[in-house]
Design a protein around this ligand. Structure first.
Ligand code: CA
Length: 304
């Protein structure tokens, strides 16, 4: 079951198209689909444990509002950082939902509030992946993201230093160690390389077209760029033919790989099929990797 290309598949929040995002069940399922990396978004608990969760808030994927109704801040939101690891372990996790209406964000995905899912730490997830690497003989990597370092800093916490120490303790120290560290905050990723002296493979995530002007600065410390895929599109003509900007080429000229997000089979936004979307990304835009909620479909595309 090996791919016949050097393109990279990253299981975005696990096999999140099939099971609630960032649960260990979703990670185990994703692992069995043979991606190159599994992704971990990281937010610190009150007692400094990196929790694998996408948002700094809890109420869109857990029952926190039922279990701890009095623990929201004045904005009405429940923050991971206000809860200890032990408290977070009590929460039930489910598919992402709209906390106002209670409706699922992706209506055809795993049903809300069924079965039993929990939050977990970065260490828990590394041990799952390293354990599976041992028992299966595969070498699947990790792809952690430092979430909102400025928010953490305002709360008096240095999330990057805490995460780097754990990664190092588990053997992830250099670009050879199958670990890619990502962050949207350019100042922080630069600090991770220059001040914290990390030798890991670093990917600068970007969200807006305007960010592209800083490409040369990114190249001073990062090894890759993670753009929003739609940002690479230059034009769609009357027949629906899509052309791409020179951004990927510019990245490659600077020695940067491009891992674009997010490829979803149930959110195609006008593109006829997931296969067509993969073809556009890998063949036409010439990106090097994809973050996808459907790692099985991305792996099977590359095997063709
Ligand atoms: Ca992420």
């Amino acid at each position: 079951m090996t791919k016949n290309t050097n393109k990279t598949i990253i299981a975005h929040r696990g096999a999140s198209g099939y099971l609630p995002e960032h649960t260990l069940a979703s990670k185990a399922m994703a692992y069995a689909m043979h991606p190159d990396f599994l992704e971990q978004d990281l937010v610190l608990s009150k007692d400094n444990v990196p929790i694998v969760i996408h948002d700094i808030h809890l109420e869109t994927v857990t029952d926190v509002a039922q279990q701890f109704p009095k623990r929201s801040r004045t904005d009405g939101r429940f923050y991971v950082i206000d809860f200890t690891f032990e408290e977070l372990m009590q929460l039930q996790v489910t598919e992402r939902f709209d906390s106002e209406t209670g409706e699922a964000v992706f209506k055809d995905r795993f049903p809300l509030w069924k079965s039993k899912f929990k939050l977990h730490s970065l260490q828990d997830e590394i041990e799952l992946i390293q354990g599976l690497n041992k028992s299966t003989g595969n070498k699947i990597g990790i792809y952690p993201e430092i979430k909102d370092p400025e928010f953490h800093n305002n709360e008096g916490k240095d999330i990057s230093s805490i995460v780097l120490k754990i990664l190092s303790d588990y053997g992830y120290k250099t670009k050879e160690d199958k670990c890619i560290l990502q962050c949207f905050d350019a100042k922080e990723l630069k600090r991770i390389r220059l001040r914290l002296k990390s030798e890991l493979f670093l990917v600068q995530l970007i969200e807006f077209k305007e960010d592209e002007q800083y490409l040369k600065d990114y190249a001073l410390y990062a090894d890759g760029i993670g753009p929003y895929f739609k940002q690479l599109i230059k034009n769609v003509d009357e027949d629906g033919n899509i052309s791409f900007t020179n951004f990927v080429k510019d990245c490659h000229n600077l020695g940067l790989v491009v891992h674009a997000y997010t490829f979803r089979a149930d959110q195609l936004e006008g593109i006829p099929s997931f296969k067509a979307l993969m073809g556009l990304g890998f063949n036409k835009a010439n990106i090097d990797g994809v973050f996808t909620d459907f790692p099985d479909q991305a792996v099977s595309f590359l095997k063709k």
